[in-house]
Design a binder for this molecule. Structure first.
Ligand code: HEM
Length: 240
């Protein structure tokens, strides 16, 4: 498991950091021949590009004072739909995220405004879900199945869901390309490396209240605690 963003904390954060171009996208790209696509000439440009990479692609362009989503190819949504974000501003999109606009919006807009062509920024977020499906536009059907999970099955039924995101300026149009790649890892894999499980346990138990509430951690609390204890991560009230 190469991405373990909980090791950097369990609260909302912008967390954008520069990466080399060689590390822009992480591979696993679809082979156009397998998809039966021999020419991209007739496809809209974002759609054509999306057929060649595993990442979801979001074009964000500035109109007036606002950065808005102007095109999107979305196959691994984490609880949102293309319809909900298309045409909407960064402020509108992040309205439902507790405290986002007060804490981060102005900084995010400055980053979009000032992004130099050639600079690529990466961030990662994480949550816990009971689904191995990349395509999860709606939380309700996923969460409705939490009650079916037996404590002994948590290793196979719960997953860390990491989104690795990048942003870079498109030099000709000035737009910003936002990419999203989802990585799902069963809890069982965490338990195979005790140091990693301990780090996860620390993050899980110290999650900021707004972050935990937004991500629905309370829905998984009993199952995750049972799993952590069964794998030797006994709970400590003082966080030591
Ligand atoms: C690099 C710029 C961006 C930053 C720093 C950022 C940051 C965040 C943060 C902190 C959250 C809360 C969940 C989390 O990630 O921990 C979030 C949620 C979200 N962001 Fe962004 N965001 C960015 C760009 C975008 C763009 C361009 C879109 C357009 C599709 C978008 C769509 C969303 C959605 C739909 C959610 C809610 C997802 C959910 O319900 O869990 N974000 N964003």
């Amino acid at each position: 498991m190469s991405h373990r963003p909980w090791e950097d904390g369990a609260d909302f954060a912008i967390g954008l950091a520069p990466i080399d171009e060689a590390r822009w996208l992480e591979g696993g790209e679809a082979d156009p021949a397998l998809l039966g696509v021999t020419s991209f000439g007739d496809l809209p440009p974002l759609y054509a590009a999306a057929r060649t990479v595993a990442d979801d692609l979001v074009l964000v362009e500035k109109t007036g004072d606002h950065w808005r989503v102007s095109a999107i190819s979305l196959s691994a949504p984490t609880f949102f739909t293309a319809r909900e974000v298309l045409g909407r501003s960064l402020a509108d999109i992040h309205g439902p995220v507790n405290g986002f606009n007060d804490r981060f919006l102005a900084r995010l807009v400055r980053i979009f405004d000032g992004l130099r062509p050639g600079l690529i920024l990466q961030r990662r977020n994480w949550s816990v879900v009971n689904s191995d499906q990349p395509f999860t536009p709606f939380p309700a059907p996923v969460r409705a199945r939490i009650g079916e999970i037996a404590p002994g099955d948590v290793g196979r039924a719960l997953f860390t869901r990491v989104e690795r995101q990048t942003v870079r300026r498109l030099p000709e149009t000035g737009g910003v390309l936002f990419t999203i790649r989802v990585w799902l890892t069963p809890f069982q894999a965490l338990a195979e490396r005790p140091g990693q499980l301990a780090a996860f346990a620390r993050a899980w138990r110290s999650a900021a209240p707004g972050f935990a509430a937004y991500k629905g951690f309370h829905l998984y609390a009993e199952l995750v605690e049972a799993f952590l204890r069964a794998h030797g991560e006994s709970h400590s009230v003082n966080g030591a």
